[in-house]
Write a protein that binds this ligand. Structure first.
Ligand SMILES: Cc1cc2nc3c(=O)[nH]c(=O)nc-3n(C[C@H](O)[C@H](O)[C@H](O)COP(=O)(O)OP(=O)(O)OC[C@H]3O[C@@H](n4cnc5c(N)ncnc54)[C@H](O)[C@@H]3O)c2cc1C
Length: 548
């Protein structure tokens, strides 16, 4: 095939992803030097369209970046005024008092926000400073320089033929070159994955760990709405089948975020995370809250859970990993947005110094040091053993020992050192024959919904004629290996119903309904054969979240 010719544009810094990490980096660069050329590329149809968090926001990142965010009208409108934590049984609940919790778990001073709206506001701030932001531009490839450094990205490829080749209607996109490229793609970024592998950035680190988070927005009876209330639960319905839990956040306008996270290191391939979420809403405490209300939006996204010991090296020649591209979520707090913002700020400061010193295309070592030794490293280090304890010993021991460890870490030491995570989440899946199938109640259509109906509330859309962006390394594996060995768990772990096993006359056939994909990346993480690679579909495709 003839070499594809593309126009190239030169920038000081090219930023992939308009989440809190990427936008913070862009804002900080322009605060430091208004003359820097900074571009942000976002695959969502608009900034915020692909953003999905809980979200309770710790404002420390925003305080550091834009200290007068209140005066500037940042949409942090709902301070947390009530913090509840329950252990659930099938019909009952036990309140865990706040007093024995380490101070870092306290949500007072935090805000219930739509991170989509926070990002939309940040984008306005960035544009006012002169940042160029291009939504609807998926970055599908990295561009390497002569010395093997990352030099830029390819963005804006549209109209590929159904088999992935270039045809007469294909727009080849353009190359955006930068002195530095920041990858702020969020969890399991596709370009970040390539960079981590190419430069072996995870060498000597623990494997990254993940959960899948699903979330609905409900409008509820105003009499039951308690603006500012935050509730977390653990226990039922997951029990000992998997780690995870729920969140219920009352934001403005009688709306409630109801969400559920399932840790992806579960062993039983029959487990169906989406149905666990649906079942959770039938707990009397939740059912009573939602009765008479209506679900107005649905979405899903993986969340990084490996924390401190899983963060890869953050820099390679010409490139830096920001926010959840590197995995900066504080797991017991279920918070990563503050660290994403702080990482963006730190990367920008390192790049600014480097560019002023006439450097380009090298490693931003100062960024790495800032993250590991500064506020982000300190935040993550204190909680580093909570996830491994949970994986190793289960919920109750990890609650007690994790609590103890967070307390001692607050005082500056740990009795447990730094625990490892062991296997990655794909390897944790055991053979189906070792486990019993789980009988899930049928959704009732009022509190609980079937997956495809819910996906329609993610407003996701993919151009049908484009190639499938979910690539199978070996197309025979789903039927030949995953089905007999693992009862093909893709049918269940995908929260959007992308994967189906269809029975034809000549046997089972694996179908990928890529049009349903909400870009959560769970398949890329959990496929036990590691045979599915999530790649970027053309820009603008994917979910269109309103105020997730
Ligand atoms: C269910 C759930 C609940 C959570 N709750 C909370 C909470 O309450 N509080 C909290 O602080 N954190 C929470 N988090 C974690 C938080 O969402 C992340 O830490 C945060 O989103 C990380 O920010 P980021 O900028 O690194 O990535 P993201 O917010 O994921 O942003 C990445 C952006 O990059 C874009 N992008 C990705 N790849 C490309 C590409 N190749 N080309 C172009 N664009 C691309 C994406 O579309 C997206 O807009 C939660 C996460 C989940 C899943």
């Amino acid at each position: 095939m003839a070499e594809i010719e593309r126009e190239a544009m030169e920038y000081d810094v090219v930023i992939v992803g308009a989440g809190p990490a990427g936008l913070s980096a862009a804002i900080r660069l322009k605060q430091l030097d208004a003359d820097l050329n900074v571009v942000v590329l976002e695959k969502g149809s608009e900034v915020g369209a692909h953003i999905l968090s809980g979200a309770v926001l710790d404002p420390c990142g925003l305080d550091a970046l834009i200290p007068d965010w209140k005066e500037k009208g940042a949409p942090l409108n709902t301070p947390v005024n009530e913090d509840n934590f329950y252990m659930l049984g099938e019909a009952g609940k036990l309140r865990i008092p706040n007093a024995p919790m380490p101070p870092l778990m306290n949500n007072h001073g935090n805000y219930i926000v739509s991170m989509g709206n926070v990002c939309r506001w940040m984008a306005v701030q960035a544009e006012e400073l002169g940042v160029e932001i291009f939504p609807g531009m998926a970055c599908s490839e990295l561009v390497y320089g002569e010395n093997g450094e990352v030099k830029g990205v390819v963005a804006g490829v549209f109209g590929l033929e159904a088999d992935g080749s270039y045809g007469p209607g294909t727009e080849p996109g353009m190359e955006l070159h930068g002195k530095y490229v920041f990858l702020s793609e969020g969890v399991r970024g596709s370009l970040s994955k390539e960079v981590i592998a190419k430069y072996d950035l995870s060498a000597g680190k623990e494997p990254q760990k993940y959960g899948v988070g699903m979330k609905e927005i409900w409008e509820i009876d105003p009499a039951k709405h308690k603006e500012g209330s935050v509730t977390h639960t653990m226990g039922w319905p997951l029990g000992s089948n998997a780690g995870g839990g729920s969140f219920i956040y009352h934001l403005e306008n009688n709306q409630v975020y109801v969400g559920f996270v399932v840790h992806l290191n579960y062993k039983n391939p029959h487990l169906y995370p989406y149905m666990e979420f649906q079942r959770f809403k039938h707990h009397p405490m939740v059912a009573e809250l939602l009765k008479g209300g209506k679900r107005v939006a649905y979405g899903a996204r993986a969340i990084t859970e490996g924390g401190y010991q899983s963060m890869p090296k953050l820099v390679a020649p010409g490139v830096a990993l920001l926010g959840c591209s590197a995995g900066m979520v504080n797991v017991p707090r279920i918070k990563g947005n503050h660290n994403a913002m702080l990482s963006g700020k730190a990367a920008a400061e390192a790049a600014f110094d480097a560019i002023k010193a006439d450097r380009s295309g090298d490693e931003l070592a100062a960024y790495e040091t800032d993250v590991r030794e500064g506020a982000i490293g300190q935040d993550l280090k204190k909680v580093r053993n909570v996830k491994p304890m949970w994986s190793k010993w289960g919920l109750m021991p990890s609650l007690a020992l994790g609590g103890l460890d967070m307390w001692t870490n607050t005082l500056g030491f740990s009795l447990f050192g730094t625990m490892g995570h062991g296997k990655n989440d794909a390897e944790s899946t055991e053979e189906a024959s070792k486990h019993k199938p789980i009988d899930y109640p049928k959704p009732d259509g009022t509190l609980s919904f079937d997956r495809l109906t819910n996906v329609s509330f993610a407003m996701t859309n993919h151009e049908e004629s484009q190639p499938c962006h979910l690539k199978l390394g070996d197309p025979s594996i789903p039927v030949a290996v995953n089905l007999p060995k693992f009862a093909e768990p893709a049918q269940r772990y995908c929260p959007a119903g992308v994967y189906e096993m269809v029975e034809d006359d000549d046997g089972p056939r694996f179908v990928i309904n890529f049009q349903n994909c909400v870009h959560c990346k769970t398949c890329d993480i959990k496929d036990p054969s590691q045979n599915i690679t999530w790649t970027t579909p053309q820009g603008g495709d994917g979910p269109n979240y309103p105020n997730m």
